[in-house]
Design a protein around this ligand. Sequence first.
Ligand SMILES: Cc1cc2nc3c(=O)[nH]c(=O)nc-3n(C[C@H](O)[C@H](O)[C@H](O)COP(=O)(O)OP(=O)(O)OC[C@H]3O[C@@H](n4cnc5c(N)ncnc54)[C@H](O)[C@@H]3O)c2cc1C
Length: 281
Amino acid sequence: MFDCAIIGTGPAGISAALNLKIHNKNFLWLGNRDLSEKVTKAEKISNYPGFPDADGATLNAAFRRQIDAMGIGITDRMVTAVYPMGGHYALAAGADFYEAKTLILATGVAATGVLPGETAFLGRGVSYCATCDGGLYRKKTVAVISSNPRFAHEVSFLCELADTVYFFPTYRGENPKAENLRMPDARPREIIGEQRVTALSLSDGSTLPVDGVFCLRDAVSLATLLPGLACENGHIVVDRDMKTNLPGVFAAGDCTGRPYQYTKAVGEGNVAAHSVIKALS
Ligand SMILES: Cc1cc2nc3c(=O)[nH]c(=O)nc-3n(C[C@H](O)[C@H](O)[C@H](O)COP(=O)(O)OP(=O)(O)OC[C@H]3O[C@@H](n4cnc5c(N)ncnc54)[C@H](O)[C@@H]3O)c2cc1C
């Protein structure tokens, strides 16, 4: 069992990880091995002390050097669900489970919203993880909404299993190729069903009959990630110690609210780590 699990590898998660490492805590850090796209994509950063007029790639490289120099490892996995276990937490990431006494949520905010019907049909045809649930759709028809080319291997995996895969990337770039992969021109509008998902309605007014919808995004909606977590206007409610309403759960960065800025994220990651250290003592 880990002392703490940090979810998210942006500036908030990085700051929390550095501080837990300095304090010699046994922690697990889950997220993206390339850290955060919101850092690498910044053309020019004028408000990060010590890095005048840096670009995002430079700042990201500096983060990477510091993490590597301190021997901090990242587990490159998307956490799809967190379960309170009465005193500690279990985290599901793909087909793997991890356990931790405390949590720091540093997930940022998702650029793409939740589709109508997505939350209602979660576990009843809607999935966030092809590796975990792909087997349920052998020889069936699925739709995949993907926010990042890094999910290409999950899409290819679904193409191997399913009869037909309708693919809706929300990014520009190279797409996976397979004989049974179709790319409609219209955008997904709503997930439809009764007991389970039956169809996906599209922006051109048409309806695609599907057995399942995979939403592969860089972030999972907070409400579905950890049920019972108090949120307001899409942000996690925290106090000055970055404590949430759930025992042992702290949050930092964009996921706690505006302003969406690197230095706020870094500062909150620091406070969250110190609160974890206090909670563990
Ligand atoms: C183009 C652009 C330019 C910007 N320029 C500036 C600027 O000049 N100055 C400034 O101060 N701010 C700027 N920002 C804002 C800044 O990027 C954010 O405020 C900052 O990155 C927030 O850090 P964070 O750690 O909270 O979240 P993020 O940087 O969003 O990182 C969150 C990480 O968590 C991961 N994650 C999410 N959910 C899960 C999950 N369930 N399991 C595992 N991992 C997960 C994500 O993949 C991501 O890697 C800019 C943003 C953009 C997009």
